[in-house]
Design a protein around this ligand. Structure first.
Ligand code: DON
Length: 591
């Protein structure tokens, strides 16, 4: 794909969205779908952004083109995503960020994870009978809402690495919210699939459904004056205007006043929210250094473990894409998930052995379980035990298998490389599709607290590490990743997908770094995932051809939808090569 067409198409999409389809009625029907399909792969020389919606990618491109940094572009991109992909991320959610500063030669990771309200406790998701609530009974309403963190995260990275004024970065989202944007086919399908659940909250019902109760159709032009007004207040008063005062009051009132499922969020939770700089987790594999987000995300450690164990298990010598290769990747994943279940939680509440879990000696010991000399050998008899990395964990119980939950079409991935060489990989989320379904002032509130273990204790009565506690951050699987070679960034990548994120990212890394696939090929490749034993094979793809071979090795196989939303930029001597996952509506824009 040539550069000119990347820019041409994204500009055309913006022209359609903000001028060609101005709507006097917020729900004007059938005003067009935004034109041609987005550009989902492309090359550029100076800078690039990949995001989950063409209008968001274009907003980032425009900021980079006027001299903004990657941090500046991220602010604009996330605020547009909160408008055009509202089911996935936004002001009411949180995220994790990796930022490489070319000037400083330094990688930082920022934890913008939502926190449990100070007043929340281990019984948050237990019913009157003391048993864990059904998933959606916990999700919908105020109970699941953690302290929103996205704006504090954007403020922090802008403070550290921004170049343009913060207000300038709000402008694209304000303009689009005022003018309206065409509802995408994916958003329309997700609203329709939601049905009554999304009508729990009056503001959400009025926004996502027409007056006659029908879900918005693809192409309908949606204006969001409330969102524009929220952003204007932030432009005037800074991010503090969100964390105290009328906006904060409204968030708290909606959460605590929920008739069905009230939550415990308080003004003080918002006022006290802090972004935390964490140590990146980095380790070598296949001649590269893989760097990711540490706890409370399990993503970085699990991705590193999978790559390192697969290398030790002899993956490099096996035919790419063969059943034997997938056996090594699958067993490496099972080992990583066993450690994830046992060891990962908020490090402020549980002594997570983050360094021990990626230490070379520990990984070499774990790799012995893979039987690397006979990679065609049988599958490890389950269940796979967690390892014993260095560092005492205290006296907490193993985590239950809480990561096996279903996948939902939420969360968003942004990757950016600016003209100065700064690189960002950012995964943002409101957790479930449409989060808690509560909408305040034009944005949805997260349900991130359902990433905690619902059960507070295991069968033996011992406390679970990822149980709910006041002020704690729920364990995540988000895995924004930057890969380095000889100290230079060569790839930025990440994906949505709940606990499947780990496999999506690990697989794309293997495709690109080990099997030599270009980013578009690596992202489009059929998925095969193994978290807890059975192999999940992506429905409607060639992955199902491997079912007999994997069954012969001893696996149970399941053919299922695997809805990743990968985004990647490869940085090489010949420039930038980017791709957005063809399973979603993302786009590449650059110059
Ligand atoms: O933090 C996490 O791991 C989840 N809340 C992410 C949710 C997600 O990716 C939804 N799935 N598509």
């Amino acid at each position: 794909m040539r550069l000119a067409s990347i820019i041409g198409l994204t500009l055309a999409l913006v022209a359609t969205g903000s001028h060609g389809q101005q709507a006097s009625d917020r729900h004007a029907p059938e005003a067009g779908t935004g034109g041609a399909a987005p550009v989902q792969a492309g090359k550029a020389r100076d800078f690039m952004v990949v995001a989950a919606h063409p209008l968001a990618a274009e907003a980032g491109r425009a900021i980079l083109a006027e001299g903004g940094s990657a941090a500046d572009a991220l602010v604009a991109v996330q605020l547009v995503l909160g408008l055009v992909e509202p089911q996935s991320s936004g002001l009411g959610g949180g995220g994790f960020l990796l930022h490489w500063s070319a000037e400083a030669g330094r990688l930082i990771t920022l934890d913008g994870r939502e926190t449990a309200p100070a007043a929340a406790g281990p019984d948050l998701f237990l019913g009157a009978d003391g048993k864990p609530l059904p998933f959606f009974a916990a999700v919908v309403g105020g109970r699941s809402v953690g302290t929103p963190a996205t704006l504090r995260l954007l403020e922090e990275i802008h403070r550290r690495a921004g170049r343009l004024p913060f207000e300038r970065l709000l402008a694209p989202a304000i303009a689009l919210a005022d003018a309206g944007f065409p509802v995408s086919p994916r958003l329309a399908a997700l609203i329709a699939a939601e049905g009554e659940r999304l009508k729990h909250d009056g503001e959400a019902a009025r926004y996502f459904f027409a007056a006659d109760g029908r879900p918005l159709a693809a192409g309908a032009v949606l204006r969001n004056p409330a969102y524009a007004e929220t952003l204007r207040r932030i432009a005037e008063g800074g991010v503090d205007a969100f964390y105290s005062g009328e906006i904060a009051d409204d968030i708290v009132a909606r959460v605590t006043g929920d008739a069905l499922n009230p939550g415990a969020l308080a003004e003080s939770d918002l006022e006290n929210y802090k972004v935390i700089e964490r140590n990146p987790v980095c380790a070598p594999a296949f001649g590269y250094d893989i760097c990711g987000m540490g706890p409370p995300s399990s993503g970085g450690i699990a991705v590193i473990q999978i790559l390192s164990l697969a290398e030790a298990g002899g993956l490099g010598a096996l035919a790419p894409g063969s059943a034997a290769a997938w056996r090594v990747i699958g067993e490496a994943s099972r080992l990583a998930f066993a450690d994830r279940e046992r060891w990962l939680a908020d490090p402020a509440f549980f002594r997570v052995p983050a360094n021990g879990l990626i230490a070379p000696g520990y990984l070499a010991l774990r790799a012995r379980l893979l039987d690397g000399t006979a990679a065609q050998g049988p599958v490890m008899p389950g269940p796979v035990p967690a390892g014993q990395p260095a560092q005492d964990s205290g006296h907490l119980a193993p985590l239950p298998g809480a990561g096996a939950g279903p996948d939902f079409p939420s969360t968003t991935q942004v990757v950016i490389r600016d003209a100065a060489g700064d690189v960002i990989s950012y995964t943002g989320t409101i957790e479930n599709g449409f989060g808690s379904r509560l909408m305040v002032r034009g944005f949805l509130l997260n349900n991130e607290l359902t990433d905690f273990s619902f059960a507070a204790a295991d069968a033996a009565g011992l406390a679970v590490a990822n149980r709910v506690e006041g002020g704690k951050r729920p364990r995540s699987s988000m895995a924004p990743t930057i890969v380095f070679r000889d100290g230079r960034p060569v790839l930025a990548i990440g994906s949505p997908g709940g606990s499947r994120i780990i496999g999506f990212v690990a697989q794309a890394l293997i495709g690109h770094l080990v099997w030599g696939q270009d980013p578009a090929t690596a992202l489009a490749a059929p998925h095969l995932l193994n978290r807890f034993g059975p192999f999940e094979l992506e429905a409607g793809t060639a992955a199902s051809d491997l079912a007999p071979g994997l069954q012969a090795l001893g696996y149970r196989t399941e053919i299922t939808d695997l809805n990743s939303g990968l985004a990647a930029i490869a940085i090489g001597p010949d420039g930038l090569s980017g791709a957005a996952d063809p399973r979603r509506e993302g786009a590449v824009a650059g110059q």
